[in-house]
Design a protein around this ligand. Sequence first.
Ligand code: R5P
Length: 302
Amino acid sequence: MIVLSLPECQAFGLKLAGALVAEHAVIEVRRFPDGESYLRLPPDLRDRSVILNCTLANPDSKLGPIVFAADAARELGAATVGLAAPYLAYMRQDTRFSPGEAVTSRSFAKMLSAAFDWLVTVDPHLHRHDSLDAIYTIPANVVHAAPLLGAWIGTHVERPLLIGPDSESEQWVAELANVIQASYVVLNKQRLGDRSVRIDFPDMSPFAGRWPILIDDIASSGRTMIEAAKRLHELGMARPVCAIIHPLFVGDSFASLSQLSSRIVSTDTVPHESNTISVAGLLAAEIVRILDKLEPPSQSGG
Ligand code: R5P
């Protein structure tokens, strides 16, 4: 087994390889003057299980290099080539809202399915697709970070009140609240545009004295968290802890949210200064399960 990381994913790659007790190497990637990519992999990949580690935040600049790397690994003799993508992109345009739009979740899945033998990711944003199997034709396995967030909240926050920002979050926020024996509420969110949301709260008086924890799978423009934190302030509640699985935080959204919250914690699916909780062990355990299914156990050791 060998973990190969794109240069910007090296820190997570080292943690993943450590958890797998596998070798780790960084793929050399540079741009030619005309913008084309140059890649160089470790030359001896014969009969090895290659795990390409690349989180897919800012996916367009990474798609070319990961597809080239997968193809090169096969030419260099790899037995299998899988993708460990702690954050899986292009999950939100999952239907044609207006005539002529590209359904990029399907197209992206087609491209990755053609390049890799399997993939594993953390909490993909499944909305209209029931599972990744609806769009991926390779084994596409999912691990869930909510229990790790729950464990962190359980040990760091007294009398927490979990707050899910929209109806989609209800299922997992309710489950998490049950596991850590906390109260929870789910808000009503209306998206008005890419960077604009409206959030309505229910009556919060039954939760006086509880510490609000805003919890969401993705912070992208950050507007969901920012608007919810502003409303909490207007309601006279404490500054919330914000717990996020995938901290994309575009533009100045992290700075804006920091002013409204007591703490922001996230998992390391996307490298960010708020990273507090590592999903490397979770992903490693799932990768071992995938490889054991694909090949005899004797070939999956480091
Ligand atoms: C939406 O359904 C997701 O769960 C997140 O709430 C959303 O992606 C957050 O986006 P933003 O940070 O741009 O408000």
